[in-house]
Design a protein around this ligand. Structure first.
Ligand SMILES: Cc1ncc(COP(=O)(O)O)c(C=O)c1O
Length: 430
């Protein structure tokens, strides 16, 4: 059997719904037996003349002293790993330790693959767009949503973004995915993106809402194959007691044969490592399974054919954190810093004139969202420009009438003044 047929038949047998949802590109890709594959087979051999990277002849790096000085905190072994190519799928220890990090508190019997390393969450999403997007593929996203989803899925692959409101009458709309897909012929595969804690909303589901969203996804899966992408960029940044911190991904595993959950996460926000560009991509299958092997073959090819391999230096830095016994407390300290800002913002927003700004519910993440009442006849963009030009203040406008406040990047003490200016700007324009 040729390698592509072998890879595809592993999916046809082990994950037929997932296979049926693949784009033409997703069906085409498999990891060919060229340099990285042959080099991986030769790893550890006494004489290894496989790969075009400069080594000391024994598998170690040949660092320029100036680069070694910049990474002087690393052991000799990690320095070498940081300067040489990463395996295309990522450094094994990074993958294993990230998997253990993801699975804190998760039941042992829920299967999850060894996460594939990517160049950040955007890269993880673009790999998924390549695998499951494509001309005309419906991608359901509650709106407002992180605008880059449109570039990643619609602009790049021709998929069709379908939306429904994320908030109705001031509450999270737990059936938004079903509403967004309304009218799509039964049986046609679709993709859904759920980003919780959300950008731009700063919202995470309550226990009851989680149950409702899960039920909504099951109802959709009853009529079509549904790939559910859990974009967990802001995982763990939850500020209210009683709001679950765990990813919805774990609740969806094995929930319905037609439902394919995928987890997108990474060091960007979870480890406050924005410049590191280390993301991960995880499927709901056992690490050694045929399905995991086939998916890895496909994903690796999409990595290899775009960025060659993921950045080793950043992976080695993230590894220092993942190995450190006190890392959970350090991550918690960042969460606590953000909680202070969240509380300062919430307090200031509680006092705004509802005739000027409607505050949408938020309880987590990096943002809060306000809406300009329709009756004022203003767009978010008009208010944003006015704030820039007359109030020395920058916010993000989200169509049609939203303003997104990134409290994660403003000092807690300055947030009441920011809210005062926002209110003032709307008053001046209204
Ligand atoms: C919801 C969401 N997903 C993904 C990303 C992208 O993360 P990265 O910077 O790792 O590509 C962001 C970044 O703002 C985001 O808000």
């Amino acid at each position: 059997m040729d390698p592509r047929t072998e890879i595809n038949s592993l999916l046809q047998e082990g994950a037929p719904v997932l296979f049926g949802a693949l784009s033409p590109l997703g069906q085409r890709v498999y990891f060919p037996p060229d340099v990285p594959a042959q080099s991986a087979e030769a790893r550890g051999k006494a004489l290894n003349g496989t790969i075009g990277q400069i080594t000391d002849g024994r598998g170690g790096a040949v660092p320029l002293p100036v680069l070694a000085a910049g990474l002087s905190g690393l052991s000799a072994e990690d320095l070498s790993r940081a300067l040489l190519y990463s395996p295309v799928e990522g450094i094994p220890e990074v993958r294993q330790r990230w998997r253990a990090w993801q699975r804190r508190g998760v039941a042992a019997d829920l299967p999850s693959s060894l996460p594939l390393v990517t160049g950040g969450l955007t890269h993880s999403l673009s790999i998924l767009a390549d695998l499951f997007g494509g001309e005309g593929r419906a991608v359901a996203i509650p709106r407002p949503f992180w605008g880059n989803y449109r570039q990643v899925f619609a602009t790049r692959t021709g998929a069709e973004v379908k939306t429904a409101p994320a908030y109705v009458e001031g509450r999270y709309n737990t059936v938004a995915i079903a509403e967004a897909l309304h009218g799509l012929p039964a049986g046609e595969p679709a993709v859904a993106i759920l980003n919780l804690p959300s950008n731009p909303g700063g919202y995470s589901l309550t226990v009851a809402e989680r149950g409702e969203v899960r039920q909504c996804l099951l109802d959709v899966a009853a009529v079509r194959p549904l790939v559910v992408i859990c974009d967990d960029a802001y995982a763990g940044l939850v500020f209210e007691p009683g709001i679950p911190r765990e990813s919805l991904f774990w609740d969806l595993i094995g929930a319905h044969p037609n439902l394919v959950p995928v987890k997108v996460d990474g060091g960007t926000k979870e480890f406050s490592f924005f410049g590191g560009r280390v993301g991960f991509l995880t499927f709901a299958c056992a690490p050694e399974s045929g399905v995991a092997r086939a998916l890895e073959s496909k994903m690796k090819t999409l990595v290899r054919s775009t960025v060659g391999s993921p950045v080793a230096t950043s992976q080695v830095l993230l590894l220092q954190a993942l190995r450190a016994p006190g890392v959970e407390e350090q991550v918690e300290a960042v969460r606590a810093l953000l909680e202070e800002r969240y509380r300062a913002l919430k307090k200031a927003l509680a006092e705004v004139d509802p005739g000027l700004l409607t505050v949408l519910p938020s309880n987590s993440g990096c943002f809060a969202l306000v809406e300009i009442p329709e009756k004022l006849g203003l767009t978010g963009e008009q208010v944003r420009r006015h704030l820039l030009e007359h109030h020395d203040t920058g916010l993000i406008s989200v169509d049609p009438r939203y303003l997104r406040i990134a409290h994660c990047s403003v000092d807690a003490a300055a947030l009441p003044e920011l809210v005062r200016r926002m209110e003032q700007a709307v008053r001046e324009l209204a």
